[in-house]
Structure formats: C-alpha cells, structure tokens
Write a protein that binds this ligand. Structure first.
Ligand code: ADP
Ligand code: TRP
Length: 321
C-alpha cells in the first residue's frame, strides 16, 4: 500500500501540528510505503518571500527527521524537485471542470480571509491531484479541511481515465484520522498560529516552561480534589503520557493535595523527556544541513522515477508520445 501526504512549509511547528499531523505522518512509515513531501508550490500560493520559503522548507525536513522519520523507510522529498508534476497538472487541468474547482471550500475560505484570488490559488486542487496521482497513491492521510481536495482528485482521475479510455491513474482514498483530537492551545481554544496560543515544538525550553506556567487554571485550593477532565494542563499532559503515567496523574488530581503548579511542572518534565532527544537530533541536523540535503535528494530521485512513469503513461494516453 502506498501512502502519500504533503505538508506545506509554513513556519515553525507547534504541539498541535506535531500531534495532529506530524506524528501520524511519521507513523505511516510502519504501515506501508510512505511518501512524504514538502509542498513548496502550494505554499507559493500564499508565501511570497524567497528566504522565508527556503528556511521553512529546511525546517520541515529537519523537524521530520528529528522527530523520527526514518529515510530508509519513508521517502521524504521536496515537491519542487519533481517538475513532472507540473506537466501532469496541465494534462489534468484540461479535463477538470471549472465548476469542480469553484465549489472548493478551501478556495472560498482563503478568499474570505483576504488572500488575493490568483490563478494558482484557484488551480491549487489540480496541482494537488497531480501530486497524488503521480505516485499512484492508494491512501492520502489529510486533515478534514483537505478531504474535498482528495475527492476532487478522484473525480479528475476518473474523468481522465474515461476521456482517454485507459486506466492511467489509480483512484486514491482519503484517510481522515477522526481519532486525532483537536489539540487545545494555552487559552483552551484549538491550538493554532492564528490564535497566538501555541507552544512551539522546538522553542527554547525556558520559553516552553514560561508558557506552561502561565496556563490559566481555576482557583480550587491546593488541598482540594480537582477535575482532571476540566483542566487544560491535564489535556496537554495526556498527549505525552503513557497509560500508567496518565492514571497516576488522574489519581493525583482526584486525591487532592496536588496543585496546578505541580501538574505544570510534570507537564514540562514529560515534554522534556519526550522532545529532549528530538531537540538534540534537530540541533545536530541544523549543524549538518548536508545530511538533510542528501536525504531530500535521495527521496527526490525515488519520487521522480515514479512520477516519470506516470507522466509517460499520461503523455501516451493523450497523444504526446
Ligand atoms: P495552524 O492552525 O497553526 O495554522 P495549520 O492549519 O498549518 O496550523 O495545520 C497544519 C497541520 O497541523 C494540519 O494537518 C492540521 O490538521 C494540524 N493541526 C494544526 N493545529 C492543530 C490542532 N490544534 N490540533 C490538531 N491538529 C492540528
Ligand atoms: N494542501 C495540503 C495542505 O495544505 C498540502 C498538500 C499538497 C497535500 N499536495 C498534497 C496533501 C497531496 C496531501 C496530498 O495541507
């Protein structure tokens, strides 16, 4: 089974991104043949700053490698290293009905947020379809907001196959992980960079500690029992803890005599225990960018070979061979 997902390089990742998207993506490497790419061309629909894009591209790669992506198991690459997807996107765009794109929520949401309506923004789902179809992907794990784009991909692939009477493309299935809960931010709303309530994955430990210490809690006195399920600190602790650790923390809350200050300290410690090794690995990669580059180039070579096969088949189907 081939599993593919793309991640836009859009700045520093936070805990919500890690638990909501990155950890499940890295988990794919154990479930099948995983392709994970950095969607630079998609980012260009909203980012127009060359240095920011360069830096964010490196950061995504380093973050993934630091957090456990194993390049011997998963293929990690940059979208821009596979120019074949553009030719494929054009071939697909010629069979994509305007109405299909006009119905896309993501496009409409972006306009509503004030992003200028460019052709790239409108054609975004066609490029995404090319990404998915180029690698003959079976399954595409995405957030709920991207599900419609995978459905568009299926429609476009079916249209192409039908128009030319050849099964050039495999129809992919979206995989929406309903079990991944929305990770709460410091203020209890969804953690999001738009709400300024995030804890960065690799923020300096002092900063992380400061943010944790400032999480608002209720005024139950230290000696009283507390409701773990109503507490933001507990909700974050849950992300890191194994079952035994979670039960112990729950018991601490329910017993009383355990203050929110203690819980915050425990949250910081468990974060350090889990992310300390990731942080060290990331520092190593930042000091050895050539190793990151080597992984990306090897990934691109593998991805490109597959994209070439698909593109050749599509060219043949339309009469460009
Ligand atoms: P942000 O809301 O900070 O702008 P993005 O929209 O760039 O984050 O999200 C990138 C990925 O991280 C998406 O797959 C999204 O589903 C996931 N993600 C972001 N925030 C959360 C959260 N609070 N809980 C769970 N997943 C999240
Ligand atoms: N549009 C996706 C997002 O914003 C990123 C992406 C681009 C993608 N191409 C893809 C995801 C192909 C899955 C498959 O999150």
């Amino acid at each position: 089974m081939r599993i593919l997902t793309g991640i836009q390089p859009s700045g520093k990742l936070h805990w919500g991104n890690y638990f909501g998207a990155m950890q499940p993506s890295i988990g794919m490497q154990e479930k099948g043949e995983a392709f994970i790419f950095i969607a630079q061309y998609h980012a260009l629909t909203t980012v127009h700053d060359a240095e920011a894009l360069r830096q964010a591209t490196f950061d995504v790669a380093a973050d993934f490698l630091a957090c456990g992506l194993d390049p011997t198991k998963a293929c990690l690459f940059r979208q821009a290293d596979v120019p074949e997807v553009h030719e494929l996107a054009w071939l697909l765009s010629t069979v994509t009905p305007m109405g299909l794109l006009e119905r896309c929520h993501s496009y409409k949401d972006k306009l509503a947020r004030g992003i200028a309506a460019s052709h790239g923004l409108f054609a975004y789902p066609v490029l995404m379809a090319a990404d998915i179809l180029a690698y003959q992907s079976d399954v595409v794990p995405v957030g709920r907001d991207q599900k419609q784009h995978v459905e568009v991909t299926r429609d476009v692939a079916a249209k192409f196959n039908q128009a030319y009477g050849v099964e050039v493309f495999k129809l992919p299935e979206p995989m929406i992980s309903e079990s991944v809960a929305v990770i709460p931010g410091l203020d209890g709303q969804k953690m999001s960079k738009s709400y300024n309530n995030t804890i960065g994955l690799f923020d300096p430990p002092k900063e992380v500690k400061g943010k944790i210490m400032k999480i608002a809690t209720d005024s139950t006195p230290l000696e009283d029992p507390k409701d773990p399920d109503a507490c933001r600190v507990f909700a974050l602790y849950k992300l890191f803890a194994d079952e035994a650790e979670l039960e112990e923390m729950r018991a601490n809350y329910l017993r009383g005599g355990y203050g929110y200050g203690h819980a915050k300290k425990a949250l910081f410690e468990i974060y350090q225990r889990k992310f300390g090794p990731f942080r060290e690995r990331r520092e190593y990669l930042v000091a050895h960018p050539e190793e990151v580059e080597a992984v990306l180039q090897a990934g691109a070579e593998k991805a490109r070979a597959q994209a070439r096969i698909t593109l050749n088949a599509a060219r043949r189907a339309v009469g460009l061979d």
